[in-house]
Design a protein around this ligand. Structure first.
Ligand code: PHE
Ligand code: NA
Length: 454
């Protein structure tokens, strides 16, 4: 078992793996979602809880996912089942893999809709449609996009195709090649934007919004959002990182790699916050504007600033690239599974799965217009899917993975894969994944449930 390779290929070296996994992690979650949920939840204290979740829950679970993937060298569904068999346990643990793939599918369907908006904005910024617009007009533009299923369908379709093309290319000719081009571009764009924001006037205000501790704003609801987001942002709980781990080199250190990915993802989220909030404050806009923060607030600000068109264009380009590399990792696990299970050609598997996702995405995009009246637990379809995936399925699936890696697999297997040496590092990992992560997730769940019912 030790030296086997994945039938899908493997990363050329450790850095490619780090960049690919970072590409998966860094996405709309960092640049669109993190700033707006931070804004909605009052800033500083929320950020602190989020950081604690990343460190104590996200990082150990990411190590667990990668070790399972690399041990079995198969797609997540098969990897969980096979490692369970190796550990002498019930193969039905493989159901964890299914939960992940299902969550990934649902996420992709609305992720692609938002990514479609981003593509629309890249085009809009590029053609100067936001020069000097006020907030009213910017709000109207966003609303008219949401009101137009045709517009959204076009961009949603383009985005799904972009993702299918890369995944169809396979691990080396698709994923790896895309990583090599897009990740350096992403970091470069981010630095340019940060530089711009540093000069935009209200940097200090943006900084203190993100980092000053204001416990009053903190509710249990906010804690659940922070926890759910820590899974979402690290791409955990849906097989993405597990699948990428199955292409990882045997000798590469999982611990060091995961720390690097976790740090990079966190830095990008904070930098995105530091790029966005100063612009928001400099233009007297509302940080708590919600999902529209990036699509209404920012275009207004860019429209009024010197060089704003160029930077607005670059900003949305950055978001588009980030969303693309993330969505690739959402499609990869299921594609690899269909190839393994049914012997499909990769192109056919990716196209078929992409088509199903495309169909599901239509339900999400219609929930902004024709189907706006359909409510599930008083949420529209889009909000509902976002809610059940990020706040329920991902934490649940993360909890199960923690239990699985901590309790179900044998110590010999996990010790062997993690290869953390004789230091206390292994014990620290084991303690967090056995106790801290599952108990933390469970407590936050239960308290929220109680809160909702009481
Ligand atoms: N981590 C991505 C983000 O922050 C989202 C994602 C989740 C991607 C799960 C892949 C798998 O945007
Ligand atoms: Na992320």
């Amino acid at each position: 078992m030790q030296s086997k390779q994945s039938m899908h290929g493997s990363w050329a070296n450790r850095w490619i793996f780090i960049l690919a996994a970072t590409g998966s992690a860094v996405g709309l979650g960092n640049i669109w979602k993190f700033p707006y949920i931070t804004g909605e939840n009052g800033g500083g204290a929320f950020v602190l809880v989020y950081l604690v979740c990343i460190l104590l829950v996200g990082i150990p679970i990411m190590m667990g996912e990668i070790l399972v993937g690399r041990r079995a060298r198969q797609s997540p569904i098969n990897a969980v089942r096979e490692t369970a068999v190796e550990a002498g346990r019930d193969p039905r643990w493989g159901l964890i893999g299914w939960l992940g793939v299902l969550a990934g599918y649902i996420i992709f369907s609305f992720y692609s809709v938002v990514a479609g908006w981003v593509l629309h904005y890249i085009a809009g910024m590029g053609t100067g449609q936001f020069v000097d617009i006020g907030s009213d007009l910017a709000g109207k533009k966003f609303e008219s996009l949401l009101a137009s299923p045709d517009q959204m369908l076009i961009w949603h379709t383009v985005f799904v195709l972009m993702v299918v093309v890369v995944v169809a290319g396979g691990v080396n000719k698709g994923l790896e090649r895309a990583t090599k081009i897009m990740m350096p571009a992403l970091f470069l764009l981010l630095l340019v934007l940060l530089g711009y924001s540093l000069n935009s006037g209200s940097f200090a205000e943006g900084w203190s919004f993100l980092f000053s501790f204001n416990p009053d704003a903190l509710t249990w609801d906010a804690v659940l959002v922070a926890l759910g987001h820590s899974f979402f942002t690290l791409s955990l709980g849906m097989g993405a990182i597990m699948a990428y781990g199955s292409y990882m080199g045997k000798k590469d250190s999982i611990g060091a790699t995961v720390l690097t990915i976790g740090v990079l993802d966190t830095v990008v989220a904070l930098v995105a916050g530091l790029a966005i909030f100063p612009i928001v404050f400099a233009n007297q806009l509302d940080p708590g504007a919600g999902p529209g923060l990036m699509f209404i607030t920012l275009p207004v600000a860019f429209g009024q600033m010197p060089g704003g068109q160029v930077f607005g264009f670059l900003f949305f380009l950055l978001v588009g690239v980030a969303a693309w590399t993330s969505a690739i990792s959402l499609l990869e696990p299921a594609t690899a599974w269909v190839v393994e299970r049914f012997g499909f050609k990769r192109l056919h598997a990716a196209a078929l799965l992409g088509f199903i996702i495309w169909l599901m995405g239509i339900a999400s995009l219609l929930s902004f217009n024709h189907w706006a009246d359909i409510k599930i637990f008083s949420m529209g379809i889009f909000d509902f899917l976002d809610f059940i995936t990020a706040n329920i399925m991902l934490p649940l699936s993360g909890l199960l993975i923690a239990v699985y890696a901590g309790w179900v697999l044998t110590q010999k297997m996990t010790r062997d894969e993690l290869a953390l040496g004789s230091s206390g590092a292994y014990s620290a990992w084991q303690f967090t994944i056995r106790f801290i992560a599952p108990v933390g997730v469970a407590v936050i769940f239960v308290v929220n449930l109680y809160d909702k019912l009481a």
